[in-house]
Design a binder for this molecule. Structure first.
Ligand SMILES: Cc1cc2nc3c(=O)[nH]c(=O)nc-3n(C[C@H](O)[C@H](O)[C@H](O)COP(=O)(O)OP(=O)(O)OC[C@H]3O[C@@H](n4cnc5c(N)ncnc54)[C@H](O)[C@@H]3O)c2cc1C
Length: 323
């Protein structure tokens, strides 16, 4: 066992290398070691690999490239890569739904424990990670004699910058003629809006129970459009049906780290705050001056969101400038 293996997210078409993969590479570089290889599973990987040549400090690209792997399921990926992954001292995946789905299965196949949600590398086998929804940090050490498998808490890491790169060899891995069909890809439902993705957006406009209805929640859309922001929601807003489930921010939703987080009518329950702990600037609008969100907000405004949002939009329009 030697070297570090990053199992990357293979983006389709001409999409750039995913931010999640670049952050996982940052962790791999922090761990250091003899060699860093990146493994991709997908279909028609050549254009992606050409773009990935800009990555620095990578020894080899390993590929499982086959038209049948255009939408690989976690069971399939774990089974395919297990033999290869076994040779490495460290195997890393991003803490996205892909990584969270694949890595525990891989750990099961390799009969080894795994460390999830790593937020700091303290040594080659020692890591800081969050427990109790990130409210407590714990330090764990993986004993010698077994590989280190870990997922990366994306909100805690910066993406690696592309380097001079170039000349990274590509090594295709053998793919069995018959692939197991324990789980099958059926369909992909993609949000048709061109709004930024909640998990990687630089700005997020978020709404809570106070919005009161699905129609009112649409108020946030104009502001989000104006600010080129993603939309988020509290669990209360999701449970009440004002916003779809995938917009939920917090302990049981998404953990995000935007540069700017605008919270409208959100009280600031601990489970919600867990999701925005790494946001750089938090702006809260709430009509209750005692709302707990004000304890974490960098800028707080006591007011009625139904007055504040139109005023904010009018001011942005008046200034006319790109925010
Ligand atoms: C196990 C568990 C997991 C959870 N996971 C999550 C999670 O992932 N994410 C999450 O968000 N929650 C989560 N929760 C729920 C959490 O505890 C809160 O219930 C929830 O966050 C409250 O949502 P809210 O702030 O929108 O609603 P409320 O707490 O009801 O707050 C509404 C706020 O709006 C303000 N307000 C009302 N009218 C106006 C107005 N017109 N203008 C301005 N302000 C106004 C009120 O003053 C109040 O502060 C979880 C709970 C549990 C038990």
């Amino acid at each position: 066992m030697e070297g570090v293996l990053v199992i990357a997210e293979a983006q389709a078409g001409d999409a750039p290398i995913s931010e999640a993969t670049l952050k996982t590479l940052a962790v791999a570089q922090k761990i250091g070691g003899a060699a860093l290889d990146v493994l991709w599973v997908g279909s028609d990987l050549a254009p992606l690999l050409a773009r990935a040549q800009a990555l620095a400090k990578v020894r080899t690209f390993l590929t499982f490239d086959d038209p049948r792997l255009a939408h690989p399921t976690a069971t399939l990926v774990a089974g395919l890569v297990a033999e290869r992954a076994r040779r490495y001292a460290h195997v890393l995946m991003p803490g996205t739904s892909y990584g969270r789905d694949v890595l525990p299965r891989l750990a099961g196949l390799l009969k080894t424990p795994m460390v999830s949600d790593v937020l700091e590398v303290m040594g080659a086998r020692t890591f800081k990670r969050g427990i109790y929804a990130g409210n407590i940090h714990t330090v764990v050490t993986v004993p010698d004699g077994m590989p280190v498998l870990l997922t990366v808490r994306l909100a805690s890491w910066q993406a690696v910058a592309p380097g001079a790169g170039g000349g990274i060899p590509v090594e295709p891995c053998p793919i069995p003629e018959t692939l197991p069909e324990t789980a099958r890809f059926v369909a992909l439902a993609v949000d048709p809006s061109d709004r930024p993705d909640l998990q990687s957006a630089r700005r997020v406009v978020s709404g809570g129970r106070a919005l009161g209805s699905r129609e009112n929640f649409a108020l946030l859309e104009r502001l989000a459009e104006r600010l080129h922001a993603a939309i988020g929601a509290s669990r209360a807003a999701v449970d009440a049906g004002y916003a779809p489930n995938d917009l939920q921010v917090g302990q049981t939703g998404k953990i995000i780290a935007p540069e700017l987080y605008l919270a409208f009518g959100i009280s600031g329950a601990i489970q919600h705050l867990t999701g925005i702990r790494d946001a750089r600037t938090i702006v809260a609008v709430n009509k209750d001056p005692e709302a707990p969100i004000f304890k974490v907000a960098d800028i707080g405004l006591v007011g009625d969101l139904f007055e504040v949002i139109p005023e904010l939009l009018a001011e942005l329009d008046r200034q006319g400038a790109e925010p």
